[in-house]
Design a protein around this ligand. Structure first.
Ligand code: MEV
Length: 448
């Protein structure tokens, strides 16, 4: 082995997962940190004193060495379909919770948010290869379709009792896109569960039945009997698990101060949305702002924000071009701002019954069903976009952002309470920039 490879391999380890937690930490701090005692202390300072809570977190994933904290904030005053909510948000980005709260308060005085779940269907697929006659495969699928479903009965029994289960299975010919490629394309209703385990278990059973039944299907040739299942997995693209959130009011009611009239505000706002509709560079940032609100609530309620992100962005490109998720119009003197997005969420199963803070967040939301949570999350996204566009089209985003950023910079420089008070006062009338804050801290410290 060359010297370079030896140096690289000195950081490799086998059997790591079998080490105890303290052995893992020892290996990490000794292998990667010059000040191993300090590194160990940083990791340990985030351990929970309550052994049961710590063990719970240790067991969420493998190789846990510590906990990674994010702030959990709340945004009150969300009026949704005439019910008032305080929304929990887990997010590190300063200004997101403040923006959500501001938008909530703004619409509280103007009738609140109106929401509706459009559909709740989820999708899973068995991807397989078959090189033979299409009619024979179609005939085979029709023959075994009932068995595909009945073979999953052990898995679907409870879900069916509650009113959910498998909705349908279709055979899809994808050979135009890829030679020999077919799918079992299945749709599911998973009620209050996000349903990933349920769907994947059903799909894996479909795959087994498909393969086994093919081996004894009389109309297949020897080659046709040999169906090759490539994989079975749910899809995070859920365009039929859709929720709509909307706000509207008279254009003149949009005005909060005399400097910008309701009409001016509404026109500029609609233009901003229209720009995001036609310009992908802008649309990505526009939608990122929506996801600031969505991810924060999805995370706080123990749902899978990566799944939501992937599905929402795919939906934003559903017409072949990446575009705005929100829409706005002015009609007959009424301003309407709305969004329809796919959200596959759960309020039972997964982390929802395990993580004490997730349980608390769901209780704060009055233990919502998955459908109710879809509506709350969509509102958080719409509110966030409203707040962002409102700032962008009036004062600009930096005013609010830098005010929040000021606290982060002050903390970075370990400013004490008196320094914080003085500098917050100073920056009420001065522009916040990183260098201006550093200069002001230094000036204050020299003076004292
Ligand atoms: C920042 O996290 C989000 C914004 O950039 C969104 C937007 O531009 O609409 C402010």
């Amino acid at each position: 082995m060359s010297l370079k490879n030896k140096a690289i391999m000195s950081k490799a380890i086998s059997g790591f997962s079998k080490l105890s937690k303290s052995q893992k930490i020892d290996w990490i701090v000794n292998t990667y940190f010059s000040d191993s005692e300090n590194a160990k202390q940083v990791l340990k300072q985030y351990w929970n004193d309550d052994k049961k809570i710590q063990q719970l977190h240790d067991e969420f994933i493998e190789n846990t060495i510590t906990n990674y904290y994010l702030p959990l904030g709340i945004a009150p005053n969300f009026l949704i379909n005439n019910k008032l909510y305080t929304i929990p948000m887990a997010i590190e980005e300063s200004s997101v919770v403040a923006a959500a709260s501001k938008a909530a308060k703004f619409w509280l005085d103007r009738g609140g948010f109106k929401t509706r779940v459009i559909s709740t269907t989820k999708i899973g697929q068995v991807h397989f290869m078959y090189h033979g006659r299409l009619e024979a495969l179609q005939n085979f699928f029709n023959t075994i379709k009932a068995k595909l479903i009945s073979d999953t009965e052990v898995i679907t029994k409870n879900m069916k009792k509650r009113g959910g289960g498998i909705i349908d299975i279709e055979l899809i010919d994808k050979t135009q896109a890829l030679e020999g490629y077919y799918q079992l394309h299945a749709s599911f209703e998973t009620l209050d569960a996000m349903g990933a385990n349920f769907i994947n278990s059903c799909l894996e059973q479909f795959a087994k039945t498909l393969k086994n039944e093919a081996l004894t299907f009389d109309n297949f040739s020897a080659e046709e009997k040999n169906i090759e299942v490539v994989m079975s997995i749910l899809s995070n693209y859920v365009p039929d698990c859709l929720v709509r959130a909307e706000v509207s009011c008279k254009v003149e009611d949009l005005s909060e101060n005399k400097s910008v009239s309701g009409h001016e505000f509404a026109n500029k706002f609609v233009q901003a949305v229209n720009i995001a509709k036609v310009e992908p560079y802008r649309a990505v940032t526009h939608n990122k702002g929506i996801m600031n609100g969505i991810d924060a609530v999805v995370l706080a309620t123990g749902n899978d924000f990566r799944a939501v992100e992937a599905g929402v962005h795919a939906y934003a490109a559903k017409n072949g071009k990446y575009s705005s998720l929100t829409h706005a119009k002015i009609e007959n003197g009424i301003f309407t701002f709305w969004m329809e997005i796919p959200l596959a969420l759960g309020t039972v199963g997964g982390l929802t019954g395990l993580h004490p803070l997730v349980k608390l967040a769901l209780e704060l939301l009055d233990k919502p069903s998955a459908k109710e949570l879809m509506q709350i999350v969509a509102v958080a996204g719409l509110a966030q976009n409203f707040a962002a566009l409102r700032s962008l089209t009036t004062t600009g985003i930096q005013q609010g952002h830098m005010k929040m950023h000021l606290t982060n910079i002050l903390n970075q420089f370990e400013a004490n309470e008196i320094e914080k008070q003085k500098l917050t006062e100073h920056f009420k009338t001065n522009t916040v920039t990183h260098s201006a804050v550093v200069k002001a801290i230094n000036a204050l410290r020299i003076k004292n």
